[in-house]
Design a protein around this ligand. Structure first.
Ligand SMILES: Nc1ncnc2c1ncn2[C@@H]1O[C@H](COP(=O)(O)OP(=O)(O)OP(=O)(O)O)[C@@H](O)[C@H]1O
Length: 246
């Protein structure tokens, strides 16, 4: 589902990633851990199309997307959240989530102008239903009319998650999802992603959360994969303990 083969990224003399290869099977949740500067964000940028690798290839759902734009990957069902939640501060929570459906031809935009008002109203009602469902699942239905800019970071993170899941993503990349969340919110976050029918790649510093939420963990250190195994094995791996877990 996600196939990363021989990916290297250089920034001048810095080798951010060196010959990174691993695959995530359909429906699997795979954690990526490693110390600061290990290359985790660069890897996400390569998978989502924000950065072209210096070498290697990326395949998503059997399509080689190494040279594909971020927009094309989004059309294949790839969604992402960021270390600092990316939401529209001047839109309400509901509009933030609706806008994630808008561009996809989910009933809004120019296409909607071509259909009669009855169909349009039906499509609009369907979009609102889907957005409401995403807000419910993320525990922020009561905040639907609040402006995103007025929310604390934990809530903004849930708005970003609602935006990411509203369109039933096939591939979801989560960059430090629990940062800024309290224990209850992190628990809710874990249960939301567990309920998704998506292949998930997750970067996270909270090792407990990763061990709990992921079926598999890839460990990066200085741009290289130093381990790739199930959580129990990762916990016992001497190289991982030395580099990261301590
Ligand atoms: N745009 C850039 N220009 C130059 N060097 C960069 C750039 N982006 C990242 N790097 C370098 O590449 C390496 C990997 O960085 P990256 O941000 O991917 O690591 P990370 O594992 O996500 O770190 P963190 O946990 O701190 O977010 C680091 O040495 C970083 O300084």
């Amino acid at each position: 589902m996600i196939d990363i083969t021989g990916v290297s990224v250089r920034f001048g003399g810095v080798h951010a990633l060196t010959d990174v290869s691993f695959a995530v099977a359909e429906g699997q949740t795979c954690g990526v851990i490693g110390p600061n500067g290990a290359g985790k964000t660069t890897l996400f940028d390569v998978v989502t199309g924000l950065r072209r690798p210096t070498a290697g290839s990326v395949r998503l759902r059997d399509a080689d997307v190494t040279s594909a734009s971020a927009v094309r990957r989004a059309r294949l069902g790839v969604r992402r959240t960021f270390q600092r939640p990316q939401v529209f501060g001047r839109l309400t929570v509901m509009d933030n989530v609706l806008s994630a459906l808008e561009w996809h031809g989910g009933g809004g935009g120019l296409a909607a102008d071509l259909v009669g008002w009855r169909s349009r109203r039906r499509l609009e009602a369907r979009r609102r239903e889907r957005a409401t469902d995403a807000l419910d699942r993320c525990g922020i239905a009561d905040l639907r009319d609040a402006y995103a800019a007025d929310l604390p970071i934990g809530r903004r993170r849930m708005v970003e998650l609602a935006r990411a899941i509203v369109d039933a993503p096939s591939v979801l990349l989560l960059d430090e999802p629990t940062s800024g969340l309290d224990a209850d919110q992190a628990g809710l976050f874990a249960s939301v992603i567990r309920g998704l029918d998506a292949t998930i790649l997750l970067v996270e510093h909270d090792v407990g959360f990763v061990m709990d939420a992921c079926e598999r963990i890839v460990v990066l250190d200085l741009g290289k994969v130093i381990a790739d195994a199930v959580p129990a094995e990762i916990r016992e791996d001497p190289a991982v303990r030395a580099a990261y877990l301590g």
